[in-house]
Each structure stands twice: as C-alpha cells, then as structure tokens.
Design a protein around this ligand. Structure first.
Ligand SMILES: Cc1cc2nc3c(=O)[nH]c(=O)nc-3n(C[C@H](O)[C@H](O)[C@H](O)COP(=O)(O)OP(=O)(O)OC[C@H]3O[C@@H](n4cnc5c(N)ncnc54)[C@H](O)[C@@H]3O)c2cc1C
Length: 560
C-alpha cells in the first residue's frame, strides 16, 4: 500500500494518440551517448530509418565527460583471458560471463573501427597501433587507451556524432525529452516525447533505451544534469524487468572544493603513481588493501570514508608532488586546467578529494543483444544491465560496453524492423484522474531526496537507515507521483516534474534493493552485513511493476 503511487503509475501524462503530432521510425533510439550513437549507426547500416532523441544538446551525456579511457585488449602481450579475469574479479560473483566475453572479445574491433572513423587516441610509437596505454585500478595490464590526455569521452562522442551526421537515414532530435514508452498488447511500440514544447507520439517498430545513468539521484555526483534515470523509470512503468538496482558505483576521487561541482579526477592519475594521503600527510591505502591506491573503486571509496572518520576531517588528498610536472600536465590537461582555476599547484599543493556517486551498475535487464523482457524494447549502455559489470564495474569498461552492446542492439533491432511490419495502435489513449493532494515544492523535494540518498543509500548502508529512507520516499511519492505535469504550464517545469517522478521511482528501487540484499558485495556495502554471503545472495534481484518484492535470477542466466 505504502508504495502504490510508485508501483501503480503507468504513464506520466494523459494522452489520446489520434490527437497528438506523430512521427515514425523503424528504430527509435532514446539517448545520444556512446550506446545510443553506436546503436543508431549499426541500425542505419542494417538499412533502418533511425530517430535519436536527446533530452538536452547532444554533448550533454556521461559519455562526453568520460576522462580516463577505454579498456581494450590491443597488445600482443595482453590477452582476452586477462581482461576477462580482471572483470570477473571486480564483479564479485555477479557477472554474466557470456556478456563479459562478448564485450572483451568484440570491444577491440569496435575501437579499431573508431580509429578508421577518424578518432584520435593518444599515441606512443613502438606498439602495434601506435597507441599509448594507461593502467587503472583493478586492471592487471596497462590496456586503457585515452584521448587528449583525460578528454577521452569528448573525442569518442565527437567521432560517433560525426559518423551519425554522415548517415542520411539517421535523424537526431535534440532537446527532446522522452516521457514514456508506449506499449500495446505487451509490445513496445515507441515513445511519448516532448519536442519543441509539444507532446509528440513516436511510433517505432523497435525502441532502444540508451538513456544513461542515475548519478543525479545523489547529492554528490560526477554525472552531468541529464543523469536522472529517466530510462530506468520509463522501463519500470512500462512493465519491463530491472536488475541489480542496489549496485551503484561510487568514485573515490572527485575534487573537494566548497561550492564547486564534484569534478571527477580520473583513476588514471593513481595509475600514473599518485598517492592518497590523509590530513596528516600519511599514505593510508596499504592499511586497507594490498594493491594500495590501485585497489578496486569500492575498496578505495570505503577506505577514504573510513580515513575521513578516523582523522575527523572532511576529506583526504591526492598527492602528485613527486610526479614530473610537465608530463603530468601533458597527460592530464583538463585536470591541470581545473586545478589552476582553484589556485592548486599540483607540483606543490595537495589536491583535496572526496568520493561521489559515479555509475549505475544496475538497470534494465537485457540479454547479449540488448533485448529486454518487454518485446520491442532494447537497452544498451548505462541504462541497461547486461551483467558485464556484475556487482562492481571495472574502470574503463563502460565505454567499451556501450560500443559493443550498442552495435549489437542496433543491428538486431534493425534486422527485426526490416523483416516485419507493425500495425501501430492509433486508438491508444490514457486518462489520469486529477490529484486532490496538496502541492509540495519540487525543488525542495529534489534536493532533500538527493541528500537523503547520499547519506543513507550511499557508500555505507544499514538496514534501519534504508527502511527509513523507503518511508521518506514513499511519503514524497504520495504527493509527487499523484500529479500530472503538463507543458501547458511551461515546458521546463513539466520536465522538472517528470524528472523528479523518475528520480523518486528509481530511488525507491535502489533503496528497496539495497534493503533486501542483506550482505556486502562489490559496490553494495552493508555495515550490518559486512560479509559476502554466497549461500543466500549470489544471485541477481529483479524488479518488475507492480511487485515491490524481488524475483531472484541465477547468475549467468541470459533469460530476461
Ligand atoms: C565524469 C565521468 C567520467 C567517466 N569516465 C569514464 C572512463 O574514463 N571510461 C569509461 O569506460 N567510463 C567512464 N565513465 C562512465 C561512462 O562515461 C558512461 O557509463 C557511459 O558514457 C554511458 O554511456 P550511455 O550512452 O549509456 O549514456 P550517456 O552517455 O549518459 O548518454 C545518455 C543519453 O540519454 C539521453 N537521455 C537521458 N534521458 C533522456 C530522456 N528522458 N529523453 C531523451 N533523452 C534522454 C541524454 O540526453 C544523453 O544523450 C565516466 C562517467 C563520468 C560521468
């Protein structure tokens, strides 16, 4: 009962299909990051007419802001087996090995293809592709390629955007907010989207959800504003199955300067030899893990939280003073520029850092071509959950996943769309009764929600705090999920309202999943259950509306 407003809501807006402006596409792609762009290219290459929607301009995506690089086996001394082993180890028993193998085996081809499309990755002569390779935490081999030092995402995104723009059969509609997936008789048949201030109906034979992550659900986050988990919430409302929602990855090192946004400091900085030191200048990572600064992300994040507690201080520091100055600036030009803005001289000063929410590991449950439990709907990239990352993502594996599974999803969706006719349900309509409940201040709810998620559903979790957070979310939801936001009252306000409804929905799923999993594994750490419990919990937890209890899914199952 308590969660009914979250579990019962089907569409966020009322509509009558026959009265709305309509568009058609063989393949609709929601999202213009690595997964969406790569899937659109694959779908177009297979002959489909493709429409991409992005809620902001196309350069606003997690992809654009990615820094460290792309992990790929491109050197003879490296091996698929080694990359697979590192990924499985980091995934802490929840990876789907088939998905891992596919991404790691096909990833290098996807990277070479980028080179052929004009991508400029950093070079160092003397190896097969003349590429410069970096090392990051959890990798046993230096296999991370990067661009312009720490601006890998921008180069990758720009290369893919150029490739998309060069294909006539792909239309890109920016500033177009997807509100909900349309379904009829158990099939996804497109989406409702706000385009140029009007709700539009887009009929599509196949829809690919590539809407990215959920970092904005937390107060401290490395993600840009777009990452409000719209796709996961839309999929949940449409009855699709979601998996591993408790698995949220926190990044150990974001710049900690009061009032400034939490800009990520890439793991590669530690890969190049940076130390983590506390307020007393003491290196502490060896106290927590034999790999020291290069331990997996969850270990480093928790160690920082613990060291902050022990030293009774607000943050710790990265120390790069022992690294040669000019090569450091050349390798990390964006970081050097950022530090300069705050008068931090890395050759002399310590860099204040703190962990922040970074990556949504859980998402829409999908198989190895991106198919979800809802016929007609695919998921790719951070919006999806292919099983590649298990309970913890290995650094620089997500751009690779977006490339590999994006290409697979796009090709499969187009193949189906080109071989089948679909009769779209032009009679579709949905009514929503008016709300009798009072208004809450949406900005207040949003900022309180982000704070409570950071405090109670963050790096360290306990059952009582999670239970309390569920109640808080349920309380806000009774007022916010009950409302209907309409662009007639202003497009920006409507989008803000829909985003908050999506955030509440996914916060509810993350919190409920974290409450349910009474063990610690990978990125999910319960202070009250600090051990891994393989006997009871080595399985995925699936969530499907209207149930608010999970369905267990065995490891390595591709069944969605
Ligand atoms: C600061 C930072 C650094 C990172 N560094 C690395 C790294 O070095 N290596 C690595 O592998 N990974 C890195 N990651 C993670 C990686 O960037 C992401 O996981 C990956 O880019 C996700 O790609 P995506 O295509 O799934 O989503 P995104 O790139 O986030 O794209 C999402 C798209 O969906 C659209 N969208 C969302 N909601 C809607 C809606 N309602 N309607 C319409 N469109 C919508 C957005 O407009 C956007 O176009 C980093 C992430 C961040 C934030």
């Amino acid at each position: 009962m308590m969660f009914e407003p979250l579990t019962q809501r089907r569409y966020l807006v009322p509509f009558k299909a026959s009265r709305l402006p309509q568009q058609m596409a063989d393949v609709l792609v929601i999202g213009g990051g690595v997964a969406g762009l790569r899937s659109a290219i694959a779908a177009a290459e297979a002959g489909a007419d493709v429409l991409i929607l992005t809620k902001d301009t196309i350069d606003q995506s997690n992809t654009w802001y990615a820094q460290g690089g792309i992990a790929a086996v491109l050197q003879p001394a490296d091996s698929v087996e080694s990359h697979v082993k590192d990924t499985l180890l980091c995934g802490a028993g929840l990876c789907n090995e088939q998905a891992v193998r596919i991404v790691i085996e096909e990833g290098p081809q996807r990277v070479l293809e980028l080179l052929s499309w004009g991508a400029h990755f950093d070079k160092k002569t003397g190896n097969a592709y003349d590429l410069s390779f970096g090392l990051e935490g959890g990798h046993s081999f230096a296999r991370i390629i990067h661009a312009a030092g720490d601006a890998t995402g921008k180069e990758l995104a720009q290369t893919l955007i150029n490739a998309v723009r060069g294909r006539e059969s792909i239309r890109v509609s920016e500033m177009s907010f997807a509100i909900d997936l349309l379904t009829d008789q158990g099939q996804c048949v497109g989406a409702l989207a706000l385009i140029k201030g009007e709700v539009n109906l887009i009929w599509a034979k196949r829809t690919i959800l590539a809407s990215g992550g959920a970092g904005q659900l937390y107060r401290e986050s490395t993600n840009p504003k777009i990452a409000t988990a719209d796709g996961q919430a839309m999929a949940y409302r449409a009855g699709t199955t979601l998996a591993d929602m408790e698995m949220v990855q926190f990044h150990p090192t974001t710049l900690y300067v009061a009032g400034a946004s939490r800009t990520l400091i890439t793991e590669a900085v530690r890969g190049e030899g940076a130390y983590l030191v506390d307020r007393h200048g003491r290196r502490f990572m060896r106290d927590y893990h034999p790999s020291g600064e290069l331990a997996p992300r969850d270990v480093v994040s928790r160690a920082i939280v613990e060291q902050i507690r022990k030293t009774n201080f607000s943050h710790v520091y990265l120390d790069v003073r022992h690294l040669p100055v000019e090569p450091f600036k050349k390798r990390f030009p964006q970081l050097a520029q950022l530090l300069a803005q705050f008068d931090i001289d890395p050759s002399r000063d310590l860099i204040p850092i703190h962990p922040a929410t970074h990556y949504m590991i859980g998402g829409v449950d999908c198989d190895t071509v991106g198919r979800t439990s809802l016929s007609g709907l695919y998921a790719a990239g951070e919006a999806g959950c292919s099983g590649l990352h298990g309970a913890n993502r290995l650094a620089s594996n997500s751009l690779l996943e977006g490339l590999a599974f994006g290409a697979r999803a796009g090709a499969d969706a187009a193949r189906w769309a080109m071989a089948n006719e679909v009769k779209f349900p032009h009679h579709l309509e949905h009514q929503i009764p008016p709300s009798a409940k009072t208004e809450l201040d949406l900005t207040d709810v949003k900022s309180s929600l982000r704070s409570v998620m950071w405090r109670n559903v963050g790096i360290e979790r306990t059952g009582d705090r999670l239970a309390e957070t569920r109640e808080i979310i349920a309380f806000w939801s009774r007022y916010v999920m009950d409302k209907t936001f309409s662009p007639a009252g202003g497009a920006e306000d409507a989008v803000a309202g829909w985003e908050l409804q999506n955030m509440l929905t996914v916060c509810f799923l993350i919190t409920t999943a974290a409450y349910t999993r009474a063990e610690s594994r990978g990125a999910h750490y319960r202070l009250d259950f600090p051990e891994v419990d393989d006997n009871h919990w080595r399985m995925h937890l699936l969530w499907r509306r209207p149930m608010d209890t999970p369905i267990p899914k065995p490891i390595d199952s591709n069944h969605v």
